[in-house]
Ligand binder design. Structure first.
Ligand SMILES: NC(=O)c1ccc[n+]([C@@H]2O[C@H](COP(=O)([O-])OP(=O)(O)OC[C@H]3O[C@@H](n4cnc5c(N)ncnc54)[C@H](OP(=O)(O)O)[C@@H]3O)[C@@H](O)[C@H]2O)c1
Length: 249
């Protein structure tokens, strides 16, 4: 079980890739966790691993973040399990690479819903819990960390819709930071180039996984942000891939 000094996080897209890395790191630090993704079997296996790694309690919900009620259900699950929240990690994301002229309409709605709309709704629902978490932890306060993308900072052909969703998330979290940081809830975006995960396997024949940013490096940045004190705001962190111009994925 958790006690009042246990830090807790809700991590979306926790079953694979960057989200799994973040959840695992936080479990090792003894955080209580709420984890979510669509695949229930992956979440069951993940929850067991997180408990073994050190999480005192793991709540989980298999849900498609495109669903209208996903944000409400997740915030309620975390509230019921922990009562307050130290960190909201808006990690889940989907992407389709296509020229704007040909972009499939149904993918447009899904991309914006999962990457942006549900992230905004979840932030809204989680803020009362985050404010409680901040009040309970005068040293760190509470944090929102959003996984944006370098394509949300610098335009990249083929990433018009995905990049737009990530740019909007980044700008949204900057405004949330301005509104909430005085009461201890800070918000930060991380905007990496290609990271070696399932999401980038389609391009691995042209951009080898070994040349991509490692999941553990993104996890390291998240861990650093969560260690800072409540008075330290962090502007969007762009992580570039070695050997590139620094303006592309
Ligand atoms: N990899 C990169 O190069 C890169 C670069 C910059 C930014 N990012 C961003 O970083 C985040 C994590 O990326 P990643 O590479 O770790 O992705 P990934 O390996 O594809 O993992 C995505 C995670 O999100 C979950 N997910 C996907 N669609 C979902 C949906 N509709 N509803 C609920 N959960 C969903 C997946 O689980 P289920 O399939 O079970 O739902 C999985 O846990 C994303 O926001 C991505 O846009 C990635």
């Amino acid at each position: 079980m958790t006690n009042s000094s246990t830090r807790t996080a809700l991590v979306t897209g926790a079953s694979r890739g960057i989200g799994r890395g973040i959840a695992t790191r936080l479990a090792r630090h003894g955080w209580g966790l709420t984890v979510t993704a669509r695949n229930a079997d992956h979440l069951t296996e993940l929850a067991e691993e997180l408990r073994t790694a050190g999480a005192p309690h793991v709540a989980r919900l298999a849900v498609d973040l495109a669903a209208d009620d996903a944000a409400d259900r997740l915030a309620e699950l975390h509230r019921h399990a922990f009562g307050a929240m130290s960190a909201l990690v808006l990690n889940a994301g989907v992407g389709t690479v296509s020229r704007a002229a040909d972009f499939p309409a149904h993918r447009m709605a899904k991309t914006l819903q999962v990457n942006l709309v549900t992230s905004m709704r979840l932030t809204q629902r989680a803020l009362p819990l985050l404010r409680k978490g901040a009040a309970a932890d005068p040293r760190h306060g509470a944090s929102i960390i959003g996984l944006s993308s370098i394509t949300g900072v610098h335009a990249d052909a083929g990433y018009s819709v995905y990049g737009a969703s990530k740019a909007a998330l980044l700008r949204y979290l900057e405004a949330v930071h301005q509104e909430e940081s005085a009461v201890g809830v800070r918000a930060t975006s991380i905007a990496p180039g290609y990271v070696a995960t399932d999401m980038t396997s389609w391009i691995a024949d042209r951009v080898p996984a070994a040349s991509m940013i490692a999941v553990e490096d993104v996890v390291e940045v998240v861990d650093m942000v969560l260690r800072l004190s409540r008075t330290a705001g962090v502007a969007p962190i762009v992580m570039t891939r070695a050997g590139t111009s620094g303006f592309q994925a």
